[in-house]
Design a protein around this ligand. Structure first.
Ligand code: ADE
Ligand code: ZN
Length: 335
């Protein structure tokens, strides 16, 4: 199974670029920018990565992002992640980035987007990995701040495909961002959002009904409400599930209790993703491996998950078909 997963062509649809920041690279960039970080060694950093909840993690995650200053830093961070994609047979990725985490520290929007998008362009040419960008609004900040970010993004609209909503979920429901989502859709961005990670089913309802999202990031708590499950299936909306993130943030107590297989059995369209791989103990293939083992997933299940990852990507139908063909060829030769 390990071999089957490692070589399986797949897409990653839920990845925060700031969450791919490995401790060793964080030290390197901190040093070249002469920025102090509150850790003395990679080991100390790794020991700090023990979380009781989402907020626990976010406090450390934003601290880590503080060392990113120059365009080259964003380029290096992104290219390192894309190299990992190539090594795992991730053929396509949809990368979230949090502009406010950087612009609020005085880093220009242009610096962030240029570094990230140049790395994506180089990875397409040199590594054969395609990517799209999702600009995520921080939901713990006011809607006006998201509006400001939207405005800053407009000169770079051609580089960004979608908007997302992340950070502290509880107490910051999707309805808080109703107006900025409407403006984002008017500007041509596809609306996506984290919902139902720690927030209850009502957050998922709001994301669907008020923000009109086309894909749900996490969505675990949608299982609380049978009518909501029915609605998600009716709208043919996929869930970007992140198993190792869920156990690291105590959304799911034990990987053996992960609802991924149950979601599949209910008819929900599920994909497997790493969320913040540097913090949660594994890249996308490690996520596939963990659920395969814990839930005894078959090759058929794994094939279906990989197929969903292409079919529910934001790529054109043409490109999706090309990737699914590649997957089918692989599956025929290896099932
Ligand atoms: N930002 C980075 N990872 C996140 C997650 N899992 N949930 C909400 N916001 C995030
Ligand atoms: Zn996430």
């Amino acid at each position: 199974m390990k071999n089957f997963i490692e070589n399986l062509p797949k897409a990653e649809l839920h990845l925060h670029i700031e969450g791919s920041f490995e401790p060793a690279q964080m030290f390197e960039i901190a040093q070249r920018n002469a920025i102090e970080i509150p850790f003395k060694s990679v080991k100390e950093v790794e020991e700090a990565y023990k979380f009781d909840c989402l907020q626990d993690f976010l406090d450390i995650y934003y601290q880590g992002a503080n060392v990113l200053i120059k365009e080259q830093d964003f380029y290096d961070l992104t290219y390192a992640y894309l190299q990992k994609c190539a090594a795992q047979n991730v053929r396509h990725t949809e990368i979230m980035f949090d502009p406010q985490t950087h612009t609020d520290r005085g880093v220009a929007f242009e610096t962030v987007i240029k570094g990230i998008s140049n790395a994506c362009a180089d990875a397409q040419t040199k590594l054969g990995v395609s990517s799209l960008l999702i600009m995520s609004f921080l939901r713990h900040l006011p809607e006006e701040s998201a509006f400001k970010t939207l405005e800053q993004s407009l000169p770079f609209k051609h580089l960004i495909t979608a908007v997302g909503l992340d950070s502290s979920e509880k107490g910051n429901p999707p309805s808080k961002f109703k107006n900025v989502y409407k403006a984002s859709v008017d500007a041509g961005y596809i609306p996506l959002a984290h919902a139902g990670e720690e927030g209850d089913a009502s957050y998922v309802w709001e994301a669907l009904d008020i923000l009109g999202i086309k894909r749900i990031d996490h969505g675990n708590n949608a299982l609380q409400d049978p009518k909501l499950i029915e609605e998600i299936i009716k709208q043919d909306i996929a869930l970007t599930v992140c198993p190792l993130s869920n156990t690291a943030l105590q959304v799911v107590k034990d990987i053996k209790d992960h609802p991924l297989k149950k979601m599949m059995d209910l008819g929900l369209k599920v994909t497997i993703n790493s969320d913040d791989p540097a913090y949660f103990g594994g890249q996308v293939n490690a996520n596939y491996m963990a659920v395969q083992k814990a839930l005894n997933l078959s090759k058929d299940d794994l094939y279906l998950l990989a197929k969903n990852s292409f079919e529910y990507s934001l790529l054109s139908k043409n490109k999706i078909n090309k990737y699914v063909e590649e997957l089918n060829t692989y599956y025929k030769a290896n099932s």
